[in-house]
Design a protein around this ligand. Structure first.
Ligand code: FES
Ligand code: MG
Length: 578
């Protein structure tokens, strides 16, 4: 252990004046003895527990194990709640509150007597929100994830959270299964504590936290109910106390090199498109420049090795049993595909030191080899063109290869309500060669940029047995969804991007090889249409947080953070409260 440093928390508890008396005295109503205030590192346990965030509903038990570790290492644990953005219940979308949660985290850390934090994260938005808030403070921090649910079971087979809903609903709409059959999978899909067990956004962000070096190895994949999850929580509690003495702050871990590693790992795991937005937002908070083109430079063309739904076959349980993320990182590193093996992680070792000898179990089916990948062209395909001047994304591993170069007639929906009202209309002029276009689902337009980009196909197309079409919008897509889906078109329609002026019958060209998304009208016509464009009505919320959101949210290529939240503001201790 390095020499003891002055603790931040001593500015609350370390004096014998009026202030020290007050800060200690009220804390003592919890039964805390004098010696606890005697220079022990105070570890905040930032808890997104909520019964309305079912994926995080088991977090109080995880917090107990973190506390055991903190106590064992000589720290003083203090658990506190922060806003819990739950994906499954929150309407209009949990994304609306990611930044709100990040503000809660940032101010909770800065204003309180904590020397470091353990971030308990699980459901999709909770991981980026807590990392964003902690990064803006730049304190020592370690991520402990709640872990994925056990495999879903239904009708004699394994089913994946989220993915099975999209699959069965399309089958039901196409008349291939009954309503009873559709509804019968509900209880079997979510049968244990934990987050979605597919490589959806929660699993992706847990892998990103691990690849960034902000968690202990194996944090991403240990199932929520596996006893090793509690061991990891305990060890993380022990480690964060050492990190205080080492002054191992987030800025030493969250470097540009770490983000480059994460982008490469995202390709290897077939991770969610939402990672593009969240990594940008986290990078912005710590002061790292990260651009969409970094995803092309580092991630594009990288093979997808992990054979998990929605791109592949298996679920997070199998992923853990096959060796989890350290095994993937080992595979990359052994083929010189880890951009920055020396990047520092929270355990004080480099990413490569942690993973070089990671065991890989089984038959290379779940974590595939480089010469037998799930998809040779994984990663995120960044698209640009007159339809997306600031960029758009597509996930090749979830797309149909034949559709990734496609020219088709636009069938336009003005917004999600318009889509829902007309998609099942037998008279809708659409066939499988068309391109479904949806507007006004971006950060300002929805608002909150809901996960509606994987528009279900028209029933009359589904009835032909067709399962994919090219779809384009300014929305996001659930990490559990799939299809040849162009997302995050920027600028969004509601901000006056060219998407706003696409008309029925326009021809659109998608070329994923060239990274091109083109509206086939001439420049003068496009300029004329944009000059005539009027913002959609009803967009300006009257007040409250949602008004703040619409006024300050940045576009998707900028990570959808608020303009005034970008940057690291440190954790200088504020003046006394009395
Ligand atoms: Fe919470 Fe998927 S809904 S992790
Ligand atoms: Mg999700």
């Amino acid at each position: 252990m390095t020499d003891k440093r002055p603790l931040r928390s001593a500015q609350w508890f370390g004096t014998t004046d009026k202030n020290g008396f007050m800060y200690r005295s009220w804390m003592k109503n919890q039964g805390i003895p004098d010696h606890e205030f005697d220079g022990k590192p105070i570890i905040g346990i930032c808890n997104t527990w909520s019964e309305l965030t079912p994926c995080n509903a088991h977090f109080r038990k995880i917090a107990e194990h973190v506390k055991k570790g903190v106590l064992e290492a000589g720290g003083f644990p203090v658990e506190f709640p922060v806003f819990s953005s739950g994906e499954s219940n929150l309407r209009p979308t949990a994304m609306l509150t990611r930044n709100l949660a990040s503000m809660d985290v940032e101010e909770s850390i800065r204003g309180n007597p904590v020397d470091a934090v353990v971030l308990l994260t699980g459901c999709d938005k909770t991981t980026p929100a807590l990392l964003m808030g902690a990064a803006s403070c730049d304190v020592p921090a370690i991520v402990v994830t709640g872990g994925p649910m056990l495999n879903g079971k239904h009708n004699g087979r394994d089913i994946g959270a989220g993915t099975i809903v999209w699959q069965m609903h399309e089958a039901y709409k196409g008349g291939l299964i009954s309503l009873d059959e559709f509804l019968s999978a509900e209880a079997g899909m979510s049968r244990s504590a934990g987050t979605c067990n597919t490589m959806g956004t929660a699993s992706t962000m847990a892998c990103m936290a691990e690849a960034l070096g902000t968690s202990l190895p194996h944090n991403a994949a240990i199932p929520a109910v596996d006893s090793r999850r509690y061991v990891l929580a305990h060890l993380s509690g022990m480690r964060i106390v050492e990190m205080v003495w080492e002054d191992l702050r987030l800025s030493k871990v969250l470097t540009k090199q770490a983000f480059e590693n994460a982008i490469r790992v995202n390709a290897a795991i077939g991770g969610s498109t939402n990672a593009v937005i969240h990594l940008k937002a986290i990078a912005g908070r710590i002061g790292v420049e990260l651009e969409l083109d970094d995803w092309t430079r580092i991630g594009r063309g990288m093979p997808t090795l992990v054979d998990l739904q929605p791109s592949g076959r298996f679920l997070m349980e199998e992923f853990y049993y096959a060796g989890g993320l350290p095994a993937v990182i080992r595979r990359l590193g052994e083929h010189d595909l880890l951009p920055n093996p020396e990047a520092l992680t929270v355990n004080g070792k480099s990413l490569w030191e942690n993973c070089a000898l990671a065991p890989i179990y089984g038959t290379d089916e779940v974590i595939r080899t480089l010469d037998n990948p799930l998809r040779a062209d994984g990663g995120i395909c960044v698209l640009r063109g007159n339809l997306a001047p600031a960029g758009a994304v597509l996930k090749p591993s979830a797309a149909t290869p034949e559709l990734m170069i496609h020219r088709g007639r636009a069938v336009v929906f003005e917004d999600f309500d318009d889509y829902k009202a007309r998609i099942a209309d037998p008279d809708l002029d659409v066939d499988e060669t068309c391109v479904l276009v949806m507007k006004n689902c971006g950060p300002k337009g929805y608002p909150g940029m809901a996960e509606v980009g994987n528009m279900g196909l028209p029933p009359k197309v589904l009835a032909k047995g067709i399962t994919d079409m090219v779809r384009i919008s300014d929305a996001r897509m659930s990490g559990t969804a799939y299809g040849t889906v162009v997302l995050h078109v920027a600028p969004e329609a509601a901000a006056g991007g060219p998407l706003a002026v696409v008309r029925n019958g326009d021809m659109i060209e998608l070329d994923c090889n060239a990274g091109r998304l083109h509206l086939d009208i001439d420049d003068e016509e496009l300029a004329r249409r944009l000059a005539d464009w009027q913002p959609p009505q009803g967009l300006l919320w009257d007040g409250g947080y949602r008004r703040l959101y619409v006024d300050h949210v940045l576009q998707a290529d900028q990570g959808c953070d608020f303009d005034f939240l970008v940057g690291c503001r440190g954790a200088e201790v504020p003046r006394h409260s009395h």
